[in-house]
Ligand binder design. Structure first.
Ligand code: GCV
Length: 681
């Protein structure tokens, strides 16, 4: 299948003065070789300059002593030129000998090269400053682990995949080909350094990934990823001792089970020595786990962690553990509480090579949720933030929803873990980067939004979420606009009109999607199972713990002390802020409170009027997005224009379905008419 180069689509750039003709590379490892290859390729395609590449270390040493401004040096682990020691960091500076890109390690060098390429692609004014020695660029990644989680199944399907089938698996076999390399390039170009290729729901053939049957394929794939500094991880089946090992239990404290895992890990690491480790979903949505044996999650995670420790492996253990067989009549059990209730008592009990992976919200990747209180609570446990680039609840890559602004809000959320006076730097970003508690194993993961569609992400513009996740995980200080703007320039070139319109579309897309689907933090009004499209009561009388509790007087879930008590899982002053309807941020009002339809919001509007207005305005804006996009007809390649246009058209039509279903439901249940007399059915 054909595929695009996404943001590595190098178009010729006219206006750049690039004074270098030779590169010297410290090619003592495969990643440094990749860095040189990538730079030569980019410069050839972007600037039509053929660089002479000298890969001889002795010659490089000599050249470094000369005054030769036309040379470019690619170095790593060299204290003389690196101004950062953080793994994955780089320094780009002009010296007598020429321009030096020096990585604190080989990955850092590769990221420095991709930074230089990006400066050329975006025709950044910074490029000339750096090339002429007016400025040095020094960058260190904010997060040690910057990871993708693919939910790809061995039959080629992708759970919550909206971009075609898997490019890792088909018919229970692995796929390793040129696209594997192209994928690794995309990852490295935005600083992603780890990937889990299979679904966290590990079933059937996927259980066998840790056996001889797949070692060859995994080895080949790991080798390609290694060229780009990306570590291969797998999801594993906690019940493998039973399904593969013939045991009749998978109790983490059982000696036979522990022996099974030790032997298994030895086999895996013998076959793939630089294998990263495992991601585990246990006791969650029907997956096996330690609860069956009366054990806890620390018992489960530590058993695996011990088995991978001799090889430097990591166990990434998911906190998405809740009761999915709840009775909807039960107003006390609250899915939002579950992560904290299950994992807080275990704080400090996990081994050092275990990381708890926590979804951004306590429910499940809704359009807007409160930030998981686990980030505020856990103090002695490695933590990682999990976001979802796959747009399961945010339009499934049919609707445009640029998610970087949401992720930034999560990262900037102040946990008050360092005290209620707010003096400490204790945002989620501070915690998952390891800055706050000094943790080494931590970072960010995104559920990937890719597939084997030609454009990788179904909606061409959903690639901004893929790109954006990597850039943000590498540098959490970048703004959403900066990231969007880079992505547009790299993907579509320098046309200022394209840039202006696409930037506006991206930046407005999350609030617009929210307004016609799920304002004020209510969430969950989707069709069961596939989660696309409106269905107000789709989950209301079901077992999943996902309710809106609407009645004839009001709507929203009471999570205050009088309700489920969830607000108390936060540190002060957050707990009190959420507890009161007056101080609760309005965008989360219905997440925390059951609110009367007649309640006055800060705008002076009643809740019910806000619901009507939000859905009418949202649908109108979705229509306007389509019209705005039309202006780009002559400016984009016809097939690109046609693909994106078709999505905006669908979004515009479908937003009306959302508007009418939800407004009708609330008009009928409340009996309160729209003040503006618009059509509600
Ligand atoms: C991979 C949600 C999704 C599931 C997903 C699960 C998870 O419930 O709907 O498809 O399973 O989250 O994150 O494990």
């Amino acid at each position: 299948m054909e595929y695009t180069k996404a943001w590595l689509n190098y178009r010729q750039v006219e206006q750049i003065r690039f004074p270098f003709d030779t590169i010297y590379v410290q090619n003592d490892c495969v990643v440094a070789e990749t860095a040189a290859k990538e730079l030569c390729l980019a410069v050839k395609e972007l600037l039509k300059i053929k660089l002479q590449c000298i890969a001889n270390i002795a010659e490089m040493q000599t050249a470094l002593q000369k005054d030769n401004r036309n040379a470019l040096f690619l170095l790593h682990d060299n204290a003389a030129y690196a101004q950062t020691k953080v793994p994955g960091g780089y320094t780009i500076s002009l010296q007598e000998a020429g321009l030096i890109i020096c990585g604190s390690d080989a990955n850092g060098l590769l990221y420095g090269v991709f930074e230089l390429i990006r400066l050329i692609q975006t025709e950044s004014p910074l490029l000339s400053k750096v090339c002429h020695g007016k400025e040095a660029l020094v960058k260190s990644p904010s997060n040690p682990l910057r990871m993708l989680n693919h939910w790809d199944n061995m039959d080629g399907s992708i759970e919550r995949g909206y971009s075609g089938n898997s490019f890792f698996f088909a018919k229970d076999e692995m796929i390793v080909n040129e696209r594997t390399r192209e994928y690794a390039r995309l990852l490295a170009s935005v600083g992603i350094n780890a990937t889990v290729i299979n679904n966290v729901n590990v079933k059937q053939a996927a259980t066998w990934l840790i056996t001889e049957r797949y070692f060859n394929g995994l080895k080949q794939m790991a080798a390609i990823f290694a060229e780009y500094g990306v570590k291969l991880f797998l999801s594993l089946n906690f019940a493998a001792p039973m399904e593969l090992g013939g045991l009749n239990l998978c109790d983490p404290l059982d000696d036979k089970v522990r022996a099974f895992w030790k032997k298994k890990m030895q086999e895996v690491y013998d076959a793939i020595p630089d294998f990263g480790g495992f991601l585990v979903k246990a006791d969650s949505e029907g997956r096996p786990g330690p609860f069956t044996y009366g054990r806890n999650h620390a018992d489960g995670a530590n058993m695996l962690a011990e088995a991978v420790a001799p090889y430097g492996g990591l166990i990434i253990w998911r906190c998405f553990v809740y009761n999915c067989t709840q009775d909807w009549r039960d107003y006390k059990t609250d899915r939002a509480r579950a992560g904290y209730d299950n994992f807080m008592p275990l704080d400090g009990k996990f081994l050092d090579n275990v990381i708890l992976q926590i979804k951004n919200g306590p429910m499940d990747f809704q359009v807007r949720e409160a930030v998981s209180p686990l980030f505020s609570g856990l103090r002695q446990t490695n933590q990682m933030l999990e976001v979802q680039a796959a747009q399961e609840y945010t339009g499934q890559q049919k609707h445009l929803c640029y998610l970087v602004p949401m992720w930034k809000e999560v990262l900037q959320f102040k946990t008050y873990a360092g005290g209620s006076d707010g003096a400490a730097a204790d945002t989620v970003a501070d915690i998952v980067s390891g800055r706050f508690y000094g943790q080494k194993h931590c970072g960010m993961a995104a559920v990937a939004n890719t597939g084997n569609d030609e454009n990788w992400t179904g909606h061409d513009m959903a690639a901004a979420n893929f790109y954006g996740f990597g850039r943000l995980a590498y540098d959490t200080e970048l703004t959403s606009e900066e990231i969007a703007s880079e992505w547009i320039r790299c993907t579509y070139g320098s046309d200022t009109e394209v840039h202006k319109i696409m930037l506006q579309l991206l930046m407005e897309s999350w609030p617009i999607y929210e307004s016609y689907t799920s304002p004020l933090g209510i969430g969950w009004m989707v069709n069961p199972n596939h989660h696309y499209g409106p269905n107000v009561d789709g989950y209301e009388y079901d077992r999943w713990g996902t309710y809106h509790r609407s009645d004839c007087k009001g709507m929203g879930v009471d999570r205050t002390m009088k309700g489920t008590g969830y607000t108390m899982q936060y540190n002060e002053p957050n707990a009190s802020m959420y507890e009161s309807m007056e101080t609760c941020p309005e965008e989360l009002l219905l997440f925390f409170h059951h609110v009367p339809y007649t309640w006055k919001l800060k705008t002076g509007k009643t809740l019910i009027q806000h619901i009507y207005d939000s859905h009418f305005e949202g649908a109108m804006k979705a229509q306007q997005m389509l019209e705005q996009f039309r202006a780009l007809k002559e400016r984009l390649e016809p097939e690109v224009y046609a693909r994106i246009y078709e999505r905006f058209k669908l979004q515009s039509d479908h937003s009306k379905e959302w508007r009418d279903r939800i407004n009708t439901y609330y008009y009928r249940i409340s009996g309160i008419p729209d003040e503006k007399g618009r059509t509600i059915y």
